[in-house]
Design a protein around this ligand. Structure first.
Ligand SMILES: [Zn+2]
Length: 260
């Protein structure tokens, strides 16, 4: 049995009634947290899951709407108290600043009571995040424009990864944030059971034109831009009309669980 529970579905700016990006992937007994937007530790409590039981945390990129809940998640794991090791997969450039930040908020490794390890993503190299949960990261272009503004010479930085996840026989693609829908091109060359796609950085029409004819079981539209607030049902209908090959379209509310 597999499911995704959306702990936060909001975009990169605060909107009413939605928290920031975080999703709980369950596959049999495996529990994996995909992104850690705030307040993911509180949302896990609401979902009846202890931070002590999460097998791995996957961070797609450094933007705060995907990472700001991590220190509080680790504080809650310390207090749980957690004993089993916790691997966190993330872009390499985040590791040193995150280690420094955890020391700054009084969560040094010596305090935690469990082994916390950081593992940098390498595009195209899969990792076993938990039992029967294999994750292949693929790069997106979402941060390219920020690299040009902030530090054009930093070729190794501004990394962001979509995640191509195998849960047993099922395949789930998480877009993370995209520069354009075409960033998903290679991931969608083969059928996927579930595509979780953001809808913040391009129009719905642009996304649906790209997804036309692609072999997708369930399309989950997530991380909707603030201007779409209140129009979730309309967007789901629009997607279902534009993409008749997709079996199911869901625009989840915070807390909603989708079985697959
Ligand atoms: Zn985002």
């Amino acid at each position: 049995m597999s499911s995704l529970q959306f702990l936060g579905t909001g975009p990169g700016a605060p909107v009413r009634g939605k928290f920031f990006s975080s999703c709980l992937l369950r596959h049999d007994a495996s529990l994996v947290l995909v992104d850690a937007g705030e307040p993911c530790s509180q949302r896990l409590v609401e979902a009846g899951v202890s931070s002590a039981d999460i097998d791995a945390v996957l961070l797609t990129h450094g933007h705060s709407d995907h990472t700001a809940g991590l220190p509080m998640f680790l504080q809650s794991a310390w207090l749980a108290p957690r004993t089993k090791a916790l691997p966190v997969y993330l872009p390499k450039e985040l590791i040193a600043p995150l280690e420094a930040w955890l020391c700054a908020v009084y969560l040094p490794p010596s305090l935690l009571g469990f082994e916390l390890s950081f593992h940098s993503w390498e595009a195209g190299r899969s990792v076993v995040a938990a039992k029967d949960v294999d994750v292949m990261p693929f790069p997106t272009t979402h941060l390219d424009s920020l690299r040009r503004i902030i530090d054009p010479a930093a070729k190794e930085k501004f990394e962001i990864f979509g995640l191509d996840i195998r849960c047993g026989a099922k395949r789930v693609v998480f877009s993370s944030d995209l520069g354009a829908p075409g960033d998903l091109d290679s991931a969608l060359r083969t059928p996927c059971d579930l595509l979780v796609c953001e809808l913040s950085h391009f129009s719905a029409d642009e996304l649906f034109a790209f997804l036309a004819g692609k072999n997708i079981g369930t399309l989950v539209l997530n991380h909707l831009a603030p201007e779409h607030a209140g129009a979730e049902a309309k967007i789901a209908e629009q997607a279902a009309r534009a993409l008749p090959q997709v079996r199911r379209v869901v625009v989840p509310q915070d807390g909603e669980k989708i079985d697959f």
